[in-house]
Design a protein around this ligand. Structure first.
Ligand code: AR6
Length: 187
């Protein structure tokens, strides 16, 4: 696991299955219908058990579909985490449909919800970079920038982990971590 500090928050990078994390919360790359799905969403529902879908039903009854970029929270069910924050990343449509801003919103709104629920440690997957087709490098830069900007303004979250599935994503984030931790002009 690679780690750096940004402001008073530790950022960590780890390759693996996010459902095994024991942070206060993990983030799910969900879809607007909140019915479960494949990828990381499927893995979270399989490991978390049916109580998460039960909570989805209540949320859907209250507010309908979850718009892209927004986030909701459920308990962790059978997972090790207290909470799962479910956000919807954008489907990549060539980059001209506000995808960058919507991905920024997904990270930002997840973090805002975490602060509201006194979550101190949280793990993110690479939102939108699987089925939704968002280019990995562009997504990693947006994720890293959004998280870094957030923790510079809010220091309530002690640790944020980027949980990447593949080695390619690991290397992308490792470069971003390295650039952030190397004072300008010395690299
Ligand atoms: N732990 C960590 N990362 C994972 C895991 C895991 N267990 N499984 C997959 N990934 P995706 P999206 C990585 O497709 O692109 C669902 O059906 C994966 O390698 O899960 O936002 C939803 O219901 C990739 O890097 O999410 C939506 O319909 C990243 O997680 C749709 O897919 C995101 O891939 C959302 O698509």
């Amino acid at each position: 696991m690679d780690t750096i500090s940004v402001g008073r928050t530790k950022l960590a990078l780890k390759q693996g299955d996010i459902t095994l994390e024991s942070t206060d919360a993990i983030v799910n790359a969900a879809n607007s219908s909140l019915m479960g799905g494949g990828g990381v969403d499927g893995a979270i529902h399989r490991a978390g058990g049916p109580s998460i879908l039960d909570e989805y039903k209540t949320i859907r009854n209250q507010r309908g579909d979850l718009p892209t970029g927004e986030a909701v929270i459920t308990k962790g069910g059978n997972l090790k985490v207290r909470y799962v924050i479910h956000t919807v990343g954008p489907v990549w449509r060539g980059g001209t449909h506000n995808e960058d801003q919507l991905l920024t919103n997904a990270y930002k709104n997840s973090l805002a919800l975490a602060v509201k629920h006194n979550i101190r440690t949280i793990a993110f997957p690479c939102i939108s970079t699987g089925v939704y087709g968002f280019p990995g490098e562009r997504a990693s830069r947006i994720a890293f920038r959004t998280v870094s900007e957030f923790v510079r303004k809010h220091d309530q979250i002690h640790e944020i982990r980027f949980i990447v599935f593949g080695m390619g994503d690991y290397q992308l984030y490792q470069t971003l971590f390295h650039d952030e931790s190397t004072p300008q002009g010395t690299a």
